[in-house]
Design a protein around this ligand. Structure first.
Ligand code: URA
Length: 258
């Protein structure tokens, strides 16, 4: 097992990688993770390891089976016009017992082809962000507001968001993350039911309510990785990194220096 010093050094290296100028595209083999691959117990050395033992295993099984049911329903969904043009549905993937859930907008071309979220260029940048946080992609959950690709990557239509949102809501209820990170304007506006611009929303936590009966979950809006790629400046990356530092702090996880 790695020492704390080794882990901190590794994390600092990942932060550096997020901030260095060139963004290199890696092969898909690096991103090999899916729901079934993540169904093993969390490694005990993991900073996200929570309660263990029988109770945790039972909870995990319940969540996994609930998520699998949602995956099936999404695969057969024909509620909107996107069903006619999709190659694969993209329900989301990751740790069924995550402390953080990342929510993006909608699958793009690569995601539609593979049936997995955030596997294209934006996804590779998201992987860098997650690594800079000292985490593995398999420790978090990653999904989108829409589960099918809008043709030509156009913006989601309000009726598509309305039809698709219940799947996300059910996923989040089952997953029960401590923090939701809304990636980009569409995710943030949909989850927070607001018209405020992402620039005004990011940088602080908001409350995400499942229902008036349940306590809210902390939601951190930040810029979408695709936006960061289009505006690849030190300033934009710094803002995303500030947001992620707040998430780490909230979860009492090690926060690397700026
Ligand atoms: N952009 C998103 O919002 N989601 C993906 O899965 C990929 C790109």
């Amino acid at each position: 097992m790695k020492t704390r010093k080794q882990r901190v050094t590794e994390q600092l290296l990942q932060v550096d990688r997020f901030f260095v100028g060139d963004f290199t595209v890696r092969g898909p083999e690096v991103l090999a993770t899916n729901l079934s691959a993540n169904s093993e117990a969390k490694p005990s050395g993991s900073p996200l390891a929570s309660s263990t033992g029988v109770q945790e295993n039972e909870k995990r099984q319940v969540v996994e089976s609930g998520l699998a049911q949602i995956v099936k329903r999404i695969a057969g969904c024909r509620k909107c016009e996107l069903a006619a043009t999709r190659t694969h549905t993209v329900p989301g993937e990751g740790n069924p017992r995550p402390r953080i859930a990342f929510v993006g907008e909608a699958p793009g071309e690569d995601e539609d082809r593979q049936g997995r979220p955030f596997v294209g260029r934006a996804g590779q940048l998201l992987d860098k962000i997650i690594a800079a946080m000292g985490l593995k992609r398999s420790e978090v959950f990653i999904c989108n507001i829409l589960k099918c690709r809008p043709p030509g990557n156009r913006d989601p239509k309000p009726e598509e968001v309305e039809q698709c949102s219940p799947y996300l809501q059910e996923q989040l209820e089952l997953l029960g993350p401590e923090v939701i990170v809304a990636l980009g304007s569409h995710a943030a506006k949909t989850l927070l039911d607001t018209h405020l611009a992402i620039g005004k929303l990011r940088g602080r936590f908001h409350d995400y309510y499942f229902s008036p009966m349940l306590p809210p979950i902390k939601l951190m809006p930040t810029y979408h990785p695709a936006y960061v790629l289009r505006n690849y400046t030190e300033e934009t990356r710094k803002q995303v990194w500030e947001d992620m530092r707040l998430v780490l702090k909230e979860l009492k996880l090690p926060v690397p220096p700026k």
